[in-house]
Write a protein of this length. Sequence first.
Length: 145
Amino acid sequence: MKTKRLGNSDLYITPIGFGAWAIGGSGWEFGWGEQDDKASIAAIHRALELGINWIDTAAVYGMGHSEEVVASALKSWSGPRPYIFTKCALRWDAQGYVHNNLQAKSIRRECEDSLRRLGYPNDAAASSFESVACVSLRTKGVGIR
């Protein structure tokens, strides 16, 4: 599949990515209902087999479950590593309702939690809050290859 340069970065991504909102499942304000994790992993693998090279997820999708399913899919994937794009600023409460939170402490915690759920060590997040949350998504773990 052809790729295109992402903005001014050195990342080249396919025009179509894999959207992982629905695989987060139910139990939160914007959930899509129950999902079968094995089917979700198979869908991710199929998308990668077809040449897609990036996956869009977010901590808020399924209150972290989407990122966990993406991590599981990548553990069992032997092909080229895709880029993983995740997002922050949307937090959830015990009832699954979503709230916007752009406080520095919250963003740092979200980055650390996303790295953990995606299977990456937190030492990248601990090195520098500004570089993790604001400057370089690709090199600090939020957009990872």
